[in-house]
Design a protein around this ligand. Structure first.
Ligand SMILES: Nc1nc2c(ncn2[C@@H]2O[C@H](COP(=O)(O)OP(=O)(O)OP(=O)(O)O)[C@@H](O)[C@H]2O)c(=O)[nH]1
Ligand SMILES: [Mg+2]
Length: 461
């Protein structure tokens, strides 16, 4: 079992808290403007829905210079919860903010969660709920929705189910959802959602697991947790949370490092679980807890032109790497698509006035409309990901290089999805995500075939 990472200061905090039944953990890094709201929602939820349990809220911060930790501790006056809920809390509301230690020199969301797990285990909580600190759409009921299935239903892992804008969640939609579903047979729609519930048993399983790689210490953590829950045979469900409104990100500008961390992790775990997924056929729905919601998440602008241009540039500079990491036919198909992306990008540039008076970027809709000719087919994308699983086994030392080289192709795939969904409602866009997930399942024999023949070739050498 990996050794504990807790600092003396954190140990002291644990000794002071002694025990708790339910814990809300909040990782943060420079979230002073939004975390107060999240803490208030968490506290109100704990009092309103679990009045008899001993609660604790723990913020695991990266040492943010913007006063995030102070906001957590000072967020509201002492009688706040009583005033808004008209009930007096039965149990003391304990709330702490601490700076988490790095894991082997690496800090990040995963390292923050590691500290949260250690505290949850030390306090012997029955249920741990983790929520992001940049949430705008959390309410007290999220605590019930994420902890209820554990405390009342015997579940160990509660994944979130929320309406996200059709252009949000691109790593989820294009990689983690379809791949988790095809490999492990469970339709967990948000396997890296960031807001989730975990039982005390599963927390201990996480702490006992090896494999805290540098990627897992960062944004690889979410898919690592979901995959361990599945591979460990834990009872998994989903909770309907409504909309996820948070600090939005444009995939072309912000998501490169996150993509690398998440995808490296899911591929390594696919290799590690090779005794499991070849036996899984098809997929199952995962029970969903909570009342249905009708919500429209706020729109998100995506710079389609930048995505297409980066894909084209990748085709020019990374061709050899793509040929090394993909099957020959897949590499040829992706190179042709990158070339096509370049041509379409030229059309977009010519048809839109990119140097408008304010120099502002044209809208997503305008760019996607001008790029309508471009499409990165589901089947090609599924083969790209499947090829990489095989490559991850054959050349593990070069996996990071390969996943980095995959980023421009992912941009191409995201551009294609944005273009395809440009006129669709969020509901209709969901159908294309499902279609792609089915394509991953349909092509699983391709993966099994390549996996088997690569193993055979290896055995012969
Ligand atoms: N402690 C710590 N927390 C971090 C770090 N990076 C991100 N976080 C927290 O992790 C959560 C998710 O980070 P975001 O940057 O919002 O990522 P996202 O793209 O919204 O990812 P999702 O979880 O999929 O929504 C937030 O609560 C962040 O404050 C970090 O380096 N250290
Ligand atoms: Mg966020």
């Amino acid at each position: 079992m990996p050794k504990s990472v807790l600092t003396p200061a954190i140990r002291e905090e644990i000794a002071r808290l002694e025990r708790a039944d339910i814990m809300v953990g909040i990782p943060s890094f420079k979230n002073a403007t939004t975390i107060g709201y999240v803490v208030r929602a968490a506290q109100a939820g704990l009092v309103q829905y679990f009045p008899d349990l001993r609660p604790v809220v723990v913020n695991s911060d990266a040492g943010s210079p913007d006063g995030t930790g102070r906001v957590v501790v000072e967020t509201e006056p002492p009688d706040y919860v009583e005033r808004i809920l008209l009930v007096r809390p039965t149990n003391k509301l304990s709330r702490v903010s601490l700076t988490y230690p790095e894991i082997d020199g690496t800090g990040g969301k995963g390292a923050a969660l590691r500290t949260i797990f250690e505290i949850a285990a030390a306090l012997e909580v029955q249920a741990l709920v983790v929520v992001d600190s940049d949430l705008r759409s959390i309410g007290p009921e999220w605590i019930e929705l994420l902890a209820g299935p554990i405390l009342k239903g015997g579940y160990d892992y509660v994944a979130p189910l929320y309406a996200r804008h059709k252009h949000d969640g691109t790593i989820t939609n294009n990689v983690t959802y379809p791949l988790t579903r095809a490999l492990y047979g469970m339709r967990i729609r948000q396997p890296i959602g960031g807001d989730f519930g975990v039982s005390g048993d599963l927390v201990r399983h996480y702490l006992a697991s090896d494999g805290w790689t540098p990627e897992v210490s960062k944004f690889g953590i979410d898919i690592w947790m979901t995959t361990l829950a599945l591979s460990g045979g834990f009872a998994v469900c989903q909770a309907r949370l409504g909309a996820k409104v948070h600090d939005p990100k444009d995939p072309g500008a912000d998501l490169g490092p996150m993509f690398r961390q998440v995808v490296t992790t899911i591929l390594r775990m696919a290799v590690a679980n090779a005794d499991r997924w070849p036996l899984t056929k098809g997929s199952h729905d995962v029970p969903a807890y909570g009342f249905e919601r009708i919500v429209d998440p706020p729109p998100l602008e995506i710079n389609v032109l930048r995505l297409l241009s980066e894909f084209q540039a990748g085709g020019l500079t990374l061709a050899d790497t793509w040929r090394e990491m993909l099957a020959p036919e897949t590499a040829a198909a992706v190179l042709a698509l990158a070339d096509e992306a370049g041509k379409v990008a030229d059309v977009v540039r010519a048809s839109l006035d990119l140097e408008g008076p304010g120099g502002e970027t044209p809208s997503t809709l305008a760019m996607a409309g001008a790029a309508a000719a471009f499409s990165f087919p589901d089947a090609t994308w599924a083969r790209v990901i499947y090829d990489l699983i095989v490559t991850a086994r054959e050349q593990p030392a070069k996996l990071e290089t390969f996943v980095t080289a995959l980023v421009p192709a992912y941009f191409g795939r995201v551009a294609s999805a944005v273009i395809e969904n440009r006129d669709l409602t969020t509901d209709r866009a969901e159908e294309s995500v499902e279609r792609q997930a089915r394509e991953f399942e349909r092509l699983k024999p391709y993966l099994l075939d390549r996996w088997g023949s690569a193993a055979l070739a290896e055995a012969r050498t």
